[in-house]
Design a protein around this ligand. Structure first.
Ligand code: ATP
Ligand code: MG
Length: 160
């Protein structure tokens, strides 16, 4: 891992900007964190990919007119990156499997999204390579919340 200080708050803004066209097309309202400078030690492109995959899922799996909320909480030794949507949600029985490569909840609901089922497997791998954790909370028909916890400082980083 090529370690550097990554400004997660700034990266969220940059990443969402690249998705603005899709957000506008689906008439999704998005709210971003108020925090301006929140840093973790890590690899910028990997952190960017985490944000991109989670917010992209939020866009794809949220019906027109829905809402996505990105929050950033700074704690003493770690940060929480929270991506919440008012989308279709994930059935309880599927939740344990969504981080598997190529796993998609069902063909009918995701037919038009053109995905491959790799996004969350990549997120999990990238989060773990930063010694972080990922957590999901979802209610079918109501929405989904992903919470990523990343340590602010790495001691012995290892490549995965
Ligand atoms: P890819 O990300 O490779 O383009 P994908 O979005 O189908 O394809 P993942 O991002 O790994 O793959 O997600 C796996 C499955 O989990 C999705 O197919 C979808 O059914 C479900 N899922 C992921 N994020 C959400 C979300 N925010 N709301 C509802 N369902 C979701
Ligand atoms: Mg995806």
């Amino acid at each position: 891992l090529q370690l550097e200080m990554v400004n997660v708050a700034k990266l969220i803004n940059e990443t969402v900007e690249t998705l603005q066209e899709e957000i506008t097309k689906k008439e999704i309202s998005i709210s971003l964190p108020e925090a301006k400078n929140v840093y973790v030690e890590g690899e910028k492109d990997r952190v960017r990919q985490i944000i991109l995959n989670l917010v992209s899922n939020g866009i794809v799996y949220t019906p027109k007119g829905g809402k996505i909320e990105v929050n950033l909480l700074e704690k003493e030794k770690e940060i929480d990156l929270i991506v919440r949507d008012t989308g279709i949600g994930i059935p309880k029985k599927d939740i344990p499997r969504i981080f598997e490569r190529f796993y998609r909840v069902d063909k009918a609901r995701s037919r038009h999204s053109g995905g491959t089922g790799l996004g969350l497997a990549i997120v999990k791998h990238l989060v773990e390579s930063h010694k972080g954790q990922i957590q999901v909370d979802s209610v079918e028909g109501k929405g989904t919340t992903f919470t990523i916890t990343l340590p602010k400082k790495q001691d012995d980083m290892h490549e995965q």
